[in-house]
Design a protein around this ligand. Structure first.
Ligand code: THU
Length: 142
């Protein structure tokens, strides 16, 4: 576990994630989720889950948060915090760990139910942009 940031720095993220719960659309699961991230420039973006009558099309809170990240000028995540409807820390689902990885660095920290963790700790040996690059430099066949 890596704890290198005072609690006070996490509090704005916890508050932003909790505030995002108010926008959640979760009539099917009745499980609202709020997510927030601090970017390298210090700004904070947030997101909420948005469900759909076609259940599998549900957008997790991290999906809308990443959309907000891009819509607000882009950037990389330094810290991430996700909460359930009770305001308790929620682990990002597997798919959302991949979404977060895209905009993370080795320094990115996530608040988890078992303490502060790095992206590599929650998504080891991640597939990412570099893997695509490897294929791009491979000689074409046929
Ligand atoms: N959910 C998220 O928003 N993020 C996660 O990382 C885990 C799951 C949402 C999706 C669905 O609307 C509800 O939680 C129940 O699975």
């Amino acid at each position: 576990m890596t704890t290198d940031m005072p609690d006070v720095e996490w509090e704005p993220l916890r508050l932003a994630a909790t505030a995002a719960l108010a926008s959640a659309y979760a009539p099917y699961s009745k499980f609202p989720v709020g997510a927030a991230a601090r970017l390298e420039d210090g700004s904070i973006v947030a997101g909420c889950n948005v469900e759909n009558a076609s259940y599998g099309l549900t957008l997790c809170a991290e999906c809308t948060m990443v959309g907000a990240l891009r819509m607000n000028g882009g950037g990389l995540i330094t810290e991430f915090y996700c909460v359930d409807g009770n305001g308790a820390i929620l682990m990002p689902c597997g798919r959302c760990r991949q979404l977060l990885f895209e905009f993370s660095t080795a320094e990115t920290r996530l608040m988890t139910s078992s303490g502060v963790k790095t992206m590599d700790e929650v998504l080891p040996d991640a597939f990412g942009p570099r893997d695509l690059g490897r294929l791009a430099v491979a000689p074409a066949e046929g």
